[in-house]
Write a protein that binds this ligand. Structure first.
Ligand code: ZN
Length: 365
């Protein structure tokens, strides 16, 4: 923290920005824990390709956001949908089980078309758990590929035409962007495994979930390599990310998973790390994690360029200028799927910003 402020004052000094205009290091999405009733908020995040709503429910308003995302694999894994619906019902009756510092999101299906049609894939035969951009983590083995291994290791060209080619994948990309942790529920392996690439928070979460549920802990999904998987994509963004596989393809395993979710929430401080700031590795520039994740998840340097400014307050919002565009946090935008606003012409705006700051400080003096 001290070092960060020092760096900011140095940058401010160099650029003649009054240090007070720089935004201090604070967690995003700070919420005041409610002393009374735990809020229950039903949300619609968007629609599937065939127009079915993709919905979820948030319990609580704490800053440690735990997402349960179920039924990526539609019909054959319908028991994961049943589990999510049972958990929803449980927490609707007992919202006070969600601790004050936690927000629990339950999303029963991100593949409603596959669930309705009775297929593992979405409505145009893409495996949504092979369609994410897993190319920016440190592990080449799990990189996205059109040719994938699916259930039982069956090889097919169901990874999609390109990374995040599917409406449902694009929705997932913004849905969990400010998560502390995501539990991607599948069936049926009877185990829990964390993101493939080394990521300590994912490993700790998987071990805790395994211990409480009784599922076997596996460091890797041992049957075949998963490319373009949601859990690996999220882990690469610094989200604690795990995949429990229910024991069978039929039963929802309600008790086991309820125990696991309760155990995770009871250790929120340890297992659901706060979303705060991230240092971009090439430039060393520190920015709000949500901004960094949005930048990284939506194409990173290829789309926005590298960051060229520290985080500043621009038009009232924490903003980072990138070479091609600027990105600003949207207040309480996460639940509305608008966590970040894009401004065009990053380099130009940043120059204008600096000129404004110079003239302002000149007049003040
Ligand atoms: Zn699955």
């Amino acid at each position: 923290m001290k070092k960060y402020l020092l760096m900011l004052s140095m940058v401010a000094g160099l650029l003649c920005i009054p240090a007070t205009t720089l935004v201090a290091q604070t967690p995003t999405n700070q919420a005041t824990p409610s002393p009374s009733a735990v809020p229950i908020v039903d949300l619609t995040f968007g629609s599937s390709l065939q127009g079915r709503a993709i919905t979820g429910t948030r319990f609580g308003n704490g800053p440690r956001k735990l997402f349960l995302v179920s039924n990526t694999h539609g019909g054959p894994e319908a028991n994961t949908y049943q589990l999510a619906m049972a958990l929803l019902e449980h927490f609707r009756q007992r919202p006070n089980e969600v601790p004050a510092d936690v927000s629990l999101y339950i999303i029963p299906t991100v593949n409603p078309d596959g669930l309705a049609i009775g297929t593992r894939f979405n409505s145009r035969s893409v495996d949504l758990n092979r369609n994410m951009d897993t190319n920016f983590d440190a592990c080449p083995e799990n990189d996205w590929n059109q040719t994938v291994e699916g259930a039982y290791g069956i090889v097919s060209d169901t990874g999609g035409a390109f990374v995040e080619s599917e409406l449902e994948s694009q929705l997932v990309r913004d849905l969990v962007l400010d998560a502390s942790a995501v539990v991607w529920i599948h069936s049926d392996g009877g185990d829990v495994f964390p993101a493939f690439c080394e990521h300590a928070p994912s490993i700790a979460l998987a071990q805790a979930y395994a211990a409480a549920s009784g599922y076997r802990y596996d460091r890797y999904w041992g049957n075949y390599m998963i490319t373009g998987g949601m859990h690996d994509w999220a882990g690469a963004l610094g989200i604690a990310s795990i995949t429990p596989e229910l024991s069978t393809g039929e039963l929802p395993d309600f008790e086991q998973n309820l125990r696991a979710v309760q155990a995770v929430m009871a250790r929120a401080e340890e297992l659901l790390p706060l979303v705060t700031t991230t240092v971009e590795s090439t430039t060393g520039i520190t920015m709000p994690t949500l901004l960094w994740r949005y930048w990284r998840a939506h194409g990173g340097p290829d789309v926005f360029g590298l960051p060229i400014s520290p985080v500043v307050e621009y038009e009232g919002q924490p903003t980072v200028f990138f070479a091609e565009q600027s990105l600003s946090l949207v207040p309480n935008g996460a639940d509305r799927m608008q966590p970040v606003a894009r401004g065009e012409a990053g380099q130009t705006l940043w120059q204008e910003y600096l000129l404004d700051q110079r003239s302002t400080s000149y007049h003040v003096r």
